[in-house]
Ligand binder design. Structure first.
Ligand code: ZN
Length: 371
């Protein structure tokens, strides 16, 4: 059913469009033209203005040719840096970049799969229910684009975010909540040689706080990490300021809360004992979700994988996606693996075989929704 040559052409064109976070204008315009030509009505929201980007999220709807509830499919239009000037090429059965940029298979593979699936269904006059697409901006900035999308526009109650690593056939049922924190330690500066006893070192405070924290793998479903510590100054001054940023994730939202509290206590006690202060800000990035293997999107995705002869594997992930947002707003959404590899690096690649299977899978889900 899938036209692989057309799929690869579409995919390579999508990869070659500049689309770093907040710079998705060209991608949004091109996808709007493609989707309109496939029969979708497309509208763009005002998220671009809200987040200082060049484009908003796209919401597109194609009426159904079969009964059944509408299905939602979602991908993000942005990609991580360096993602401008991508020159995709085919090498040994894979599509790769020239090594100076990422490829943009994350998430161009999902976008191309949707476009090809719709074109293939139309070519073969295969009936399908109404299809709703949410194509988000700035997903790579902790889901900021998707968090502004008005999910009230959707009639679909089951959704598929096409955006996970792993071979085609993997279905993500559970993803963590994430909270980020940033802290500014303040001490007192003094000459490090003449009068160090008059100083309070902000770097020492931050270091003491980190030593008191439980970090990295906390348990099977919980992680914590300090991502940056920054204080710049000459060696002859006791530093009076040091900044610290970290994050906590868990599939269990209560564990996130407990772990963040522990980090906050570690920072506050370290600052107080040294005679300094600390200001801490925490940001709830996205909520966790957990769906069953018998939830409607999981059943549809698994049945479709079976029809195209791909083994199904249900799994959890340690990363967030736009599915965290859809699930928190009442649209039960699983994440589908795309077959892309080494994402977020300049060695990113996807095999043409996996790309083809992904498009077949998406088409089979769309067609299966009307049965
Ligand atoms: Zn992605």
């Amino acid at each position: 059913m899938i036209d692989r040559e057309r799929l690869v052409r579409t995919f390579m064109e999508i990869c070659s469009i500049d689309s770093e976070p907040r710079g998705e204008r060209g991608m949004a315009d091109r996808l709007t033209r493609i989707l309109t030509s496939l029969g979708f009505t497309v509208r763009e929201d005002d998220t671009g203005e809200k987040i200082g980007g060049s484009a908003g999220n796209l919401f597109a709807r194609l009426e159904g040719s079969a009964p059944g509830e509408a299905l939602m499919f979602s991908c993000h239009m942005d990609r991580v840096v360096p993602g401008v000037g991508v020159r995709p090429r085919i090498e040994g059965g894979y599509v790769v970049s020239d090594g100076s940029t990422v490829l943009g298979a994350d998430d161009g593979a999902g976008l191309a799969a949707i476009v090809e699936a719709i074109a293939a269904l139309a070519d073969s006059a295969t009936p399908h229910p109404a299809i709703e697409l949410v194509l988000t901006v700035a997903e790579e900035l902790a889901l900021v684009g998707g968090s502004h999308f008005d999910t009230g526009l959707l009639t679909a109650r089951a959704g598929f975010v096409i955006d996970a690593a792993g071979p085609v056939g993997e279905i993500v049922l559970r993803a963590p909540r994430q909270v980020k924190f940033s802290a500014t330690f303040r001490g007192r500066s003094a000459h490090a040689g003449f009068a160090p006893e008059e100083g309070v070192s902000a770097i020492q405070m931050a270091a003491a706080a980190i030593c008191r924290m439980q970090l990295l793998r906390i348990d099977a479903e919980t992680t914590a990490n300090i991502g940056s510590i920054s204080a710049v100054g000459p060696t002859n001054i006791v530093p009076d300021r040091c900044e610290l940023c970290g994050e906590v994730r868990s599939l269990d939202p209560a564990k996130v809360h407990a772990q963040v509290e522990e980090c906050v206590r570690a920072m506050e006690s370290a600052a107080a004992e040294a005679g300094g202060t600390v200001d801490i800000t925490t940001t709830d990035c996205y909520p966790s979700y957990s769906l069953g293997e018998d939830s409607p999107p999981a059943r549809l995705a698994a049945a479709a994988a079976g029809r195209i002869g791909v083994p199904v594997r249900f799994k959890s992930t340690g990363g967030g996606s736009d599915a965290n947002i859809f699930n928190s707003r009442g649209v039960e959404t699983v994440v589908l693996s795309c077959g892309y590899e080494k994402v977020h690096t300049t060695a990113e690649r996807i095999s043409i075989e996996q790309l083809g299977l992904l498009a077949e899978w998406v088409a089979a889900i769309m067609a299966g929704g009307g049965e």
